[in-house]
Design a binder for this molecule. Structure first.
Ligand code: IPM
Ligand code: MG
Length: 369
């Protein structure tokens, strides 16, 4: 197959982790006889430095004209970087939000799975982590608080800031359908997370999710308040299969879910619209503090590349080969530093970002060959 992939390496560790994902993809191509035509575009701080804006119209076009986008991460240190002295619409994150909106990427899939090999790195009690967990957070990505009207103004001698949280029925319905569809391919359980005891938007969310559920008699549905969900994630993550939630709750809960997998460096994501097109990126940020040191964990980006092969290109065997390579590398005891607790270093072979990429690429095999 010939694939057209636009890469957004971005800022911080972004370029390093995308380079490793490409290494792995190149090996997949040579093993399985595919070809990827890449194009690199700027987004985030690097785009601000080069063009004055976090995302140019040409960059959006370069993403639209590809089959898929593979991204690293964007942004810098929000306290020290000059990018955060700019007005909000010119900051790095505004580029990512604009791209998601321009491409209508309303469905964000964030799987959180505890590899048995990483049980020791899981910060939860052993009695909890030994049960393992395998959940998928379905986060609404183009509505809610991050896209509502906002303002900061002076009123009666003091500053007042307003953010609005708005959801249309149609926006809730389409993400709920995605959640139930994916639940049908998993353990057939959806937990929908909201704050219906306080928010109108959550009450509408619940109503629409109930309506969508009627078309999926085989799937069980439970509603959970977001504060309780935050607690349940650390109490018993094994209870979750598909977690359906709105934009900001999904942003927060997915960071929490990633941490209990052992490291935020393990969590991939896919952002999809109603076509086969997708944007694939790790759920973690640009980690400017460790950028350029070859110590970042590239696994979340490599697994995002696997999601790209699966969801955009329907290349399941190829995606499996990447996931299998990750399992093998962990089983063989290789770890980036984020995956090792203090004091346990001698039990593992510590490797850098680039070496981890090499190890993963070496383990990509086409069983038919
Ligand atoms: C994420 C990030 C982004 C978000 C930021 C960088 C705008 O935290 O993808 O989770 O909040 O969506
Ligand atoms: Mg986030």
């Amino acid at each position: 197959m010939k694939m057209k992939v636009t890469c957004i390496p971005g800022d911080g560790i972004g370029p390093e982790i995308v380079a490793e994902a490409r290494k792995v993809l190149d090996k997949v191509c040579s093993e399985f006889g595919h070809e990827i035509e890449y194009k690199d575009v700027l987004m985030g701080g690097c785009s601000i430095d080069a063009t004055g804006v976090p995302l140019t119209d040409e960059a959006i076009e370069d993403c639209k004209s590809a089959d898929a986008v593979l991204m690293g991460s964007i942004g810098g240190n929000t306290s020290t970087s000059p990018w955060y002295k700019l007005e909000p619409s010119l900051r790095p994150e505004a580029g990512l939000l604009k791209l998601r909106k321009s491409l209508n990427l309303f469905a964000n899939l964030r799987p959180a799975y505890l590899y048995p090999e990483l049980k020791d790195a899981c910060p939860l009690k052993e009695s909890t982590s030994e049960k393992g967990f395998d959940m998928l957070i379905m986060r609404e990505l183009t509505g809610g608080l991050y896209f509502g009207k906002r303002s900061t103004e002076e009123r009666n001698g003091e500053m007042v800031a307003v953010d609005t949280l708005e959801y249309k029925e149609s926006e809730i319905r389409r993400i709920a359908i995605k959640a139930f569809d994916v639940a049908m391919k998993r353990r057939k359980s959806v937990i929908s997370v909201d704050k219906a005891n306080v928010l109108d938007s959550s009450r509408l969310w619940r109503k629409v999710v109930e309506e969508v559920k009627k078309d999926y008699p085989e799937v069980s549905l439970e509603h959970m308040l977001v504060d309780n969900c935050a607690m349940q994630l650390v109490k018993d993550p094994s209870q979750f299969d598909v977690v359906l939630t709105e934009n900001m709750f999904g942003d927060i809960l997915s960071d929490e879910a990633s941490m209990i997998t052992g490291s935020i460096g393990m969590l991939p994501s896919a952002s999809l619209n109603d076509t086969k097109f997708g944007l694939y990126e790790p759920s973690h940020g640009s980690a400017p503090d460790i950028a350029g040191q070859d110590i970042a964990n590239p696994i979340a980006t490599v697994l995002s590349a696997a999601m790209m092969l699966r969801y955009t290109f329907d290349l399941d065997k190829e995606a499996d080969s990447i996931e299998e390579a990750v399992r093998k590398v962990l089983e063989e005891g290789y770890r980036t530093t984020d995956l090792v607790l203090k004091g346990q270093e001698k039990d593992f072979t510590l490797v850098g970002c680039s070496r981890m990429g090499d190890l993963l690429a070496e383990r990509i095999i086409n069983c038919k060959n």
